[in-house]
Design a protein around this ligand. Structure first.
Ligand code: GSH
Length: 207
């Protein structure tokens, strides 16, 4: 059975969501962030040298990185939640799977870090928010064209995009002025599988 190493309020929540969508059996090992530093506890390093969440174990393999994990799960589920058949949809799928961690998360993380730095942090924040807004505007324009990131159906690309957009709603000004993105987030969070993942994962600050 798949073991999910789950850190509270973290990207591993989206792995739980995907497992629930695919109805794959799993168990959870829980880790709590240090309340002062917000870092993962050292025990996660014993699972994988990076000590980050998510990490899963399955069939004797230890797999880190959300993108690699969701692609592994698509394979394991025989292609379910994978790329659409059409070429344009398949390219969008691949793009958004990578874009979530590669492009959207870095300025969001920078904002989080700078918001904790006195004085210079405030100056930096003025430059970071416009970087985030470029992404939020692009995402809004894409979701105005189709219900899910890759096309007509929910895919792993949506799973990947859920964490940055939840984080953006919580701390980077994503609100109803971008109605398609908010409607997408509400649709995601209303899904029974998402709700089951929340119940399994425990308190989650972004839902
Ligand atoms: N790109 C990686 C990022 C992993 C990551 O930074 N995870 C955060 C949780 S959202 C973490 O483990 N933070 C605690 C720490 O760095 O100690 C992924 O998507 O898996």
């Amino acid at each position: 059975m798949i073991v999910v190493h789950h850190l509270n309020n973290s990207r591993s929540q989206r792995v739980l969501w995907m497992l629930e969508e695919l109805e794959l059996p799993y168990t959870i090992r829980r880790y709590e962030r240090n309340k002062a530093t917000m870092l993962a506890p050292p025990e996660l390093r014993a699972v994988h040298p990076l000590g980050k969440s998510p990490v899963i174990e399955d069939e004797g393999l230890v797999i880190a990185e959300s993108g690699a994990i969701v692609e592994y799960l698509v394979d394991k589920a025989g292609g379910r939640m994978g790329a659409p058949q059409d070429r344009a949809g398949a390219l969008r799928y691949r793009m958004f799977v990578h874009y979530a961690e590669g492009s959207v998360m870095p300025p969001l993380l920078l904002k989080l870090v700078m918001s904790r730095v006195p004085i210079m942090g405030k100056i930096a924040l003025k430059r970071i928010q416009p970087m985030i807004d470029v992404h939020l505007d692009y995402i809004e324009s894409e979701l105005a064209k189709r219900p899910w990131f890759a096309g007509e159906d929910l895919t792993a690309a949506d799973v990947m995009m859920s964490f940055p957009l939840e984080a953006a709603r919580s701390r980077a000004g994503l609100d109803t002025s971008r109605p398609h993105t908010i409607a997408w987030l509400d649709r995601v969070q209303a899904r029974p599988a998402y709700q089951r993942a929340l119940a399994a994962g425990g308190p989650y600050a972004y839902a």
